[in-house]
Structures are given as structure tokens and as C-alpha cells.
Ligand binder design. Sequence first.
Ligand code: ADP
Length: 411
Amino acid sequence: MHLIDKEKTISPQVTSKLLRVLIVEDSHSDAGLLIRALKKGGFDLQCETVDTSEQMQQALSALEWDIILSDYNLPLFSGLKALQVMHSLDLDLPFIIISGAIGEETAVEAMRAGAHDYIMKDNLIRLIPAIERELKEAGARRLLREGEETRSRLEKELQQAKHYAELANQRKSRVLAFVAHEFKNPLKAIQTFTEILEKGYEKGRIAEDQLEMVQGISTASQHIRELMNDILDIAPIEAGKISINRQVIHLQTLLDEVRIIVEESAKQKKIQIKWEKQSALDLINIDPKRLRQILINLLSNAIKYTNPSDTIFLKIFRSEDNAWLQLNVEDHGPGIPEEELENLFLDYYRVQNIFSQQNEGLGLGLALVRKLVELHQGTISVDSQVGEGTTFSVCFPMNVIVETEIQKECS
Ligand code: ADP
């Protein structure tokens, strides 16, 4: 291996630029011709010539190069082998064959093997434009590679961050579920004793003003119980430990049960609930406990977040194409700002406004509803206008919740 030129020479015609060129060539005079052509083309050169595989490997490992100019046939080496050496080192440098005589087939073979261009030794006129083009293309390839590397590094970091966040979330859910579970028995005791006092069992009736206080304890403990139930419900779903238990049920019977549960709190705010169900809809294959939870959560929210004396609608109908069973819970309450809608179904997410301050909650209700709907292969969406109201729509796929057997029974 001989170092031909390490000095910088400035061409008078063009602004010079450094070119680090590795020349694969056994002939001193041919290498000299190339160097002269490059200098004439305006390059400052840092170049080295090699004529064996070992020399080339050594040069490529020792220094960084911009381009390789390689003869095609050498006594101990060849252009194709030089290409192999470059690829074996995982390098993607512009590679131009400079050959005395090269047939069309040989040229095609060289290009297939990864050469970027080939130029005749006796006609170097194309050399400079070809080098400039290849340098530009190599720069673009490098940028692309770097972009791809950055993207895949960021993707890995994101995956890792997600993984840690998930672990932290699972840990948090386990701790909360444990606390909620530990609350259950003392809470049950509080509720039993308040009931005894309210109803006057065992120790007789208490005074009217004392009764009011006891009723206060009862309402507060019922509220804590509901919060604890949400925490206990969401933890196993997050841990993937919940499965749904489908049964064929009469939808109307389930709606009647839900009505009894929610109408009490609606009455307290003088809210009317209108139940509208397409009459042909009745037998469905669903987990009744979970559907009850879905409806109670959505209706309770509508009651909580709507104005007194309003009307809430529960509409149940088949979609026009008959593919979905849709349940809409509509209210004319304060509505939800648009920028909040995308986060609404996240765990522990509460909209920060006066209405959520007035109504205590953990921000788990809608997250729980979404998870329960998805367990039934359904979807949930929300449509809301501030000052006009909110509609939550749950859709269950008809082919899952109404099986052929039920359809036969219905016909
Ligand atoms: P929580 O009621 O415990 O805060 P949810 O997950 O049920 O939790 O609801 C999340 C937030 O969505 C609530 O804090 C409330 O601001 C908003 N929200 C839910 N339902 C309605 C509704 N029908 N109208 C207006 N805001 C609602």
C-alpha cells in the first residue's frame, strides 16, 4: 500500500473540497492519471492506493473514506472482490469502477454487485460529475440511515418508557386494590351499624336530630363504598384477570333493574329519565352484571353532571345497517370541552371544571365503562357541546350479542 498524496492542492478554477479517496489500482501511472484528473476537478485529495484485499481491509478499517475508485482487473485482486471487502465491513461508500476495457456484460455484473458507476480509463471526462453525483447520493443515503437509526432508537426508548409506565401502573393498581379491599370490611360494619340505628333495631329509635346525623354517615359511607368498588373493579381488568360471563337475557328485565337503581338519585335532582328502546329488541347474549355497570355508570354521570330538573334519555336501537346494537345516554348538561374528550376514558382522568369539583369522583367510571365495553368487542364514543349537553354512545356488534339461536327463538 502506498500513500500517494496527503498534501492539499488547490485547483485554481473551482473552490476546492477535501476528497478522501481510496484507489484500488496496481498501476502507478494509472493511479497518477486519476489523481491528476481529481485535482483538476477541484478536489483537495487525501488518497491511498491499494492492490490486495488485505491492504484494502486495512485502509478501510484505519481511516474514513468518501469514495472508492477501483480498477476492474488486477493481478492479485479485482473490482468485484474489492466490492465484497467493502460490504464485508458493512460500509456503504460510493464505488466507481475505473477500467481499461470493460464489456457491457461485465459492467452490468459490476453494477449488480453494488458498484455505482463505471468509467473508462481513456475517457475520464465523466469522472468528476460522476463523483459529485455519487457523493450527493451517499450523503442522502447517510441522512436516511441516520434518520432511520434515530427513529428506531426513539421507538426502543418509547417502548421501554411504556413498559416501565405499565409496570408502575400495575403496581399502583395492586396497592389501590389492596387498600380498597382492606376498607371493605370496616365499611360494611359502618353500614350495618348505621342501618341498625336508622331503623331503630335492637336499641330502639334514636332522636330525630341524631337520625339526620346517622343518615349523613350512611350517605358518606355509601359514597366511599362506590369509590372502592370502582377501584376493585378496574384492577383485575387492568391485570387482564377478568373474563366476561355471557348469558342470554331479556334486555327489558335488565333495564328495569337499572331503572330502580338510578331513579332514586335522579328524583333527588328532579331529573326525568326517558327510556326509549326499539320494541323488537329483547333477547341478547351479554354479561348482565357488566351491562348493568355500564348503564349505571353512564346514567349516574348524566345525573351527576346535568342541571336539576333536566331530562336524560337512554335510547337503545339497532344501527341502520343492523350491524350494531347502540345505547345512547344523552343529557343537556354543561357538556365537555373538546380538548378534554380524547382523555376522557383514561384511568383517573377528571375534567377540571366547576362541575367535577361539585361532584367528587376518582375519574375511573368512564375508564371502567370503556374496558367493559371493549371486553364485549364493543366501542364507546362521546359527542359533546359545551353548554348544550353530552351523548355517550356504546355499540355492541349484533353478530356477537345476538346469536343465531336467539335469532331463531325470536322469529
Ligand atoms: P368521575 O365521575 O369519578 O370524575 P368519570 O370517569 O365517570 O369519573 O368521568 C370523568 C370526567 O368526565 C368527570 O370528571 C366529568 O368531568 C366528565 N363527565 C363524565 N360524564 C359527563 C357528562 N355526562 N357530562 C359532563 N361531564 C361528564
